[in-house]
Design a protein around this ligand. Structure first.
Ligand code: ZN
Length: 273
């Protein structure tokens, strides 16, 4: 098994609620437990959002710090924090935890897109500011693309020297109002990549499982978790984030992949230690 599959777990997100799945982790303690269980099940990367005392999404550096410290006491999972935040957050608020806490990785949204009845706004000047903050803090970005045009927009940042290799992309497919998941659409994103890029595929909602098989077929990596999807099967809620990671690891192994450790990711993506 020379080829290794990198599994990211996005355990909480900004939009998912306990009403949708009571097993959603929201407190720092719950998130740390979920991260540990996901890591034991095969996740090498944790994509991290945090919530305030009321369970609402927050970009509070204090809560990120507390959560990251709790996770670190349990395991060495690579922590990728969000800089997307929640719909409507200002760029300053979205960047605050990255600047203050300098995680190993963070997401960097590469454009503007419909997000259900809302929209995510990232004009190129904002993207440049973000990329500069990442570079100064030496945080490896996951270049998140909700549309194939976002892949081309990311290449402007690369051409301007604001993002350096190795490049890691996140393709977010099946967001309502944006690009549905299909293998053809996934390949269109992949064809737009700079050569040698790594990419993780995220299928939102019912696209989660097909996107895992698509990632395996296309040579990409997998993301699962309650941010993207709260179901294990049609009409059956997932018992935990770890249950979704376990299945992802199982199908990757069946496809003759080894499961990448967090240290494998640190060396593949040349993360700052
Ligand atoms: Zn996220």
């Amino acid at each position: 098994m020379d080829r290794k599959m990198v599994i990211t777990c996005a355990c909480t997100g900004a939009e998912t609620t306990k009403a949708q799945n009571p097993a959603l982790p929201v407190t720092p303690e719950e998130i740390a437990d979920a991260a540990y269980d996901a890591w034991r099940a095969g996740a090498a990367i944790l994509h991290l959002h945090v919530r305030d005392e009321k369970g609402n999404p927050t970009m509070s550096p204090r809560i990120f710090k507390k959560t990251m410290e709790l996770i670190r006491r349990k395991c060495d999972i690579v922590i990728e924090i969000t800089t997307g935040g929640a719909v409507g957050d200002s760029p300053e608020a979205r960047l605050a935890p990255l600047v203050e806490l300098e995680p190993e990785m963070a997401s960097l949204d590469c454009g503007t897109v419909n997000f259900g009845n809302d929209y995510i706004v990232n004009p190129l000047p904002v993207m440049r500011r973000f990329a500069e903050a990442f570079r100064e803090s030496r945080v490896r970005p996951t270049l998140e693309c909700f549309d194939v045009g976002h892949v081309y927009a990311s290449r402007i940042l690369i051409d301007e020297g604001l993002v350096e290799p190795p490049f890691h992309y996140g393709f977010v497919l099946n967001v309502p109002g944006s690009v549905p998941y299909s293998i053809e659409n996934l390949l269109a994103f992949q064809h737009a990549l700079p050569s040698g890029s790594f990419f993780t595929v995220m299928g939102i909602g019912r696209a989660s499982l097909p996107a895992q098989y698509g990632a395996i077929a296309a040579g990409g990596w997998i993301r699962v978790g309650f941010e993207d999807n709260v179901y294990y099967a049609k009409g059956q809620l997932a018992a935990s984030n770890a249950e979704l990671v376990e299945r992802a690891a199982r199908i990757a192994k069946e496809a003759q992949f080894g499961i990448a450790t967090s240290d494998d990711v640190r060396s593949m993506l040349k993360l700052r230690r």
